[in-house]
Write a protein that binds this ligand. Structure first.
Ligand code: GDP
Ligand code: MG
Length: 163
C-alpha cells in the first residue's frame, strides 16, 4: 500500500519546487474538472525506495491578496481530504507569518497528520525562521532546502513509516 502526501502552505514558500524535486517528470494527468480540482497537481513521487502520490496546491500562485484567503482554505481542505498526511511548508528565511498561522489552524482543525517543514534552510539566513517555526506547536520542523535538495534523507525517514 502506498500513501498520498499533500504539500500545503502559503504561496512562495517552495511547495512546487519540492513537488518537482519529488516527482521529476512523473506528472500525473489531472482531470479537467470545474472547481478547485484543476488547482491541485498530482504526481507520482520517488524518494529513495519510496513511491507515493504527492499533491501540490498549485492554484494559489495566481491568487490576489483579496481572493487568497478563501481559495487557500478551500484548496487546502480539499488537499487534506485527499491525503494521508500533509507536509506543511513554511519559509525559514521569512519566518512565520499570520498566513502561516491560518494554515496551522486549518490543519489543526482537520485533525490530519502534519509534518512541519521549514524550507529555504540552506545557509544562516534561515536560523531565526527555524526557531519561529517551533512556535507553531506542530513539533520540530524538518529542515529542508527544496532548491538545493537538503533534508531529503530526513524527509525519507519521516515518510517511511507511512508506506
Ligand atoms: P510555491 O508558491 O510555494 O509553490 O513556491 P515555489 O516552489 O514556486 O517557490 C517560490 C520561490 O522560492 C522560487 O523563487 C523558488 O526558486 C524559491 N525557493 C524554493 N525552494 C527554495 C529553497 O530551498 N531555498 C531558496 N533560497 N529558495 C527556494
Ligand atoms: Mg506553487
Amino acid at each position: 500500500m502506498s500513501f498520498t502526501l499533500a504539500i500545503v502552505g502559503r504561496p512562495n514558500v517552495g511547495k512546487s519546487t519540492l513537488f518537482n524535486r519529488l516527482v521529476g517528470r512523473r506528472l500525473a494527468l489531472v482531470d479537467d474538472q470545474p472547481g478547485v480540482t484543476r488547482d491541485l497537481r498530482e504526481g507520482e513521487a520517488k524518494l529513495g525506495d519510496l513511491r507515493f502520490t504527492v499533491v501540490d496546491t498549485a492554484g494559489l500562485e495566481d491568487a490576489t491578496d483579496d481572493s487568497l484567503q478563501g481559495r487557500m482554505r478551500r484548496l487546502t481542505e480539499r488537499a487534506v481530504e485527499m491525503a494521508d498526511a500533509c507536509l506543511f511548508v513554511v519559509d525559514a528565511r521569512v519566518g512565520v507569518t499570520p498566513v502561516d498561522e491560518v494554515f496551522a489552524e486549518i490543519l489543526r482543525r482537520k485533525g490530519t497528520t502534519v509534518i512541519l517543514a521549514a524550507n529555504k534552510c540552506e545557509g544562516r539566513a534561515a536560523d531565526g525562521g527555524l526557531i519561529e517555526a517551533y512556535g507553531l506547536g506542530l513539533g520540530e520542523p524538518l529542515r529542508l532546502s527544496a532548491e538545493h535538495g537538503e533534508g531529503m534523507p530526513e524527509l525519507y525517514s519521516i515518510l517511511k513509516p507511512l508506506a
